[in-house]
Write a protein that binds this ligand. Sequence first.
Ligand code: PXP
Length: 246
Amino acid sequence: MKSVKELLPPVRLGVNIDHVATIRNARGGTHPDPVRAAFAAVRGGADGITAHLREDRRHIRDRDLQRLRHELKVPLNMEMAATSEMVALACDLRPHACCLVPERRAEITTEGGLDVVGQQAALGEVVARLKRAGIRVSLFIDPEPGQIEAAALTGAQVVELHTGAWAAGRDGELERLQQGARLAADVGLEVHAGHGLTFGNVAPIAAFPQIAELNIGHFLIGEAIFDGLEGVVAHMKSLIMAARGE
Ligand code: PXP
């Protein structure tokens, strides 16, 4: 007889290639090319590519996104702040998905989830515009019940749960994430997760039955320095599949 674990649906792996652009931009030239990295990630088994167009263009630039959109055969997930500039760019580009994230200029990385409760009406308008352009919309939030319920009310189809606190070792965070994933699925949202995930901490998150996609960047790009991106992505994919009993 099959165990419950063996019956879990597969989890997609989205590889975030922002930091290839960070290295490129350090010298102002064209090497290393984030689009080439995206192809290596796909060869390793990535199911999608994620790229964050920040307001200050510190890593991914507009031209990178256009090339990713037109050259890749796998879905492109554009991370962005819910600003009018970004919404207009996204509606023009029409990536498979947009993940709305909070963005503070001074932060090193996305530090916390969106406050959906505090800006539900404004986010609802952004979600509606993106959906009208045929884009699937995800909201990056902390696993808090109020934020999850508000996310569903905006019309977004997906929430991405912020795993940063889990990665940083905060007590009780795995349970909070599991309860958040359950609630999100119960209110009809597809559940994604990401931030700070590594070979060492991905399995318990990948094993949540509700998880449909994980988005992972910094660790994979860093590890690629030692072992190459294709192989590192393949190893991450195998850890995720093992956690699902595949
Ligand atoms: N998901 C979202 C919404 C993010 O903002 C980030 C960081 O850009 C990630 C996933 C990936 O996080 P990490 O780079 O720590 O793997």
